[in-house]
Design a protein around this ligand. Structure first.
Ligand code: SF4
Length: 336
């Protein structure tokens, strides 16, 4: 399977720092290190889940992939081309292929426009359809997201939360993307509606051969939809593995803590260990030295306060399992 996988998007050493206070007359000395040296691959046709608490930097990563924010360092290679280095003009066509679905669909649905206008504008602007073919293209879009054909003459406020999210997905699909960045697309919805949207996303992925980056703060929905999952904490990636390995054999204490916080139907899959996280995520202005998780990690040793643990392969499977915690590895082997 490994040799068949093609990298669609490669993120290398991505960095985003925000000034910690308004600039005024004095030079900024403190920065919020929202994303700090983050690297990962997304393979064609897969769903990579990106999970972490608020403030982990996961949404900032997503916003940089769709050019809503400019990185301060690193590269974003889409089919081998570095999007960070391209001019706005040159990047236009490639950007069309990477679209975002927001947690709040209202962010992409202009409340003063009919749905017809909202969905037609991007298609006409990018010349994906001409006026003669527009009605057919709009009907096909609505069919894809299972919305009735009388939707086009209405305004966004006339729809329920779940229907608005279907419209947000339709708007992203109107540009015929290859990669969708799904930023907490079901977090604001009722549980029953969440399942419908997740199933819709799975069906669309199969039908349109889409690739997803699925961002969420809890492991539940991410596990349901993702092939692989990357876990972020305080601007850094802590672990990357297939969904099954991450749940059955997590190799980082922070993943274990997220798992412990998530009610799972089968307690046997918890792996016997639980970590209850205490306290808040430390400030990203002055993150802990060494391993950023050491202030909350029950397994921390003295070296964790000074040594930054690298993200390295911890198993030899076809799909690498990466983790940034040599200490727990060692303690775990000693326990076995
Ligand atoms: Fe915990 Fe140390 Fe591992 Fe960090 S490196 S997760 S502090 S044991």
């Amino acid at each position: 399977m490994a040799e068949e996988r093609k990298v669609l998007l490669r993120v290398e050493n991505l960095r985003k720092y925000y000034p910690a206070h308004s600039q005024g007359l004095w030079p900024v000395k403190e920065f919020v290190k929202a994303v700090d040296d983050v690297s990962f691959d997304i393979y064609e046709g897969e769903t990579l889940g990106l999970v972490g608490e608020s403030g982990s930097g996961k949404s900032t990563v997503g916003r940089q992939l769709v050019a809503l924010e400019k990185p301060d360092g690193g590269s974003i290679l889409y089919r081998g081309t570095d999007l960070v280095k391209m001019s706005d003009r040159a990047i236009r066509e490639i950007r069309r292929e990477i679209q975002m679905v927001f947690q709040d669909p209202n962010s992409s649905l202009n409340p003063r426009k009919h749905i017809r206008e909202i969905l037609a504008e991007p298609m006409l602007h990018h010349k994906l359809v001409d006026k003669a073919g527009l009605d057919k293209a709009l009907q096909e879009l609505l069919d894809l997201v299972s919305l009735p054909r009388n939707t086009l003459g209405r305004y966004p406020y006339e729809f329920s939360g779940g229907q608005r999210q279907r419209l947000g997905i339709a708007k992203a699909l109107s540009l015929q993307p290859k990669l969708l960045v799904l930023d907490e697309p079901v977090s604001a919805l009722d549980v029953s509606i969440q399942a419908q949207i997740l199933n819709l996303l799975r069906d669309l992925q199969k039908e349109l051969k889409l690739t997803y980056l699925f961002i969420a703060h809890g492991l539940g929905a991410v596990h349901y939809i993702s092939d692989r999952i990357a876990v972020m904490y305080l601007g850094k990636i802590m672990e990357v593995a297939t969904g099954t390995e991450l749940f059955c054999e997590p190799r980082h204490p922070y993943t274990l803590a997220l798992k412990s916080a998530d009610p799972l139907p089968d307690p046997a899959r918890r792996g016997g260990l639980d970590i209850v996280l205490e306290g808040e995520v430390p400030s990203a202005v002055n993150p802990p030295s060494g391993c950023r998780f050491h202030t909350r990690c029950p397994y921390a040793e003295a070296s964790c306060r000074t040594d930054v643990p690298p993200l390295v392969a911890v198993s030899n499977g076809d799909i690498p399992h990466l983790a940034a915690c040599p200490v727990w590895q060692r303690q775990r082997e000693a326990r076995q």
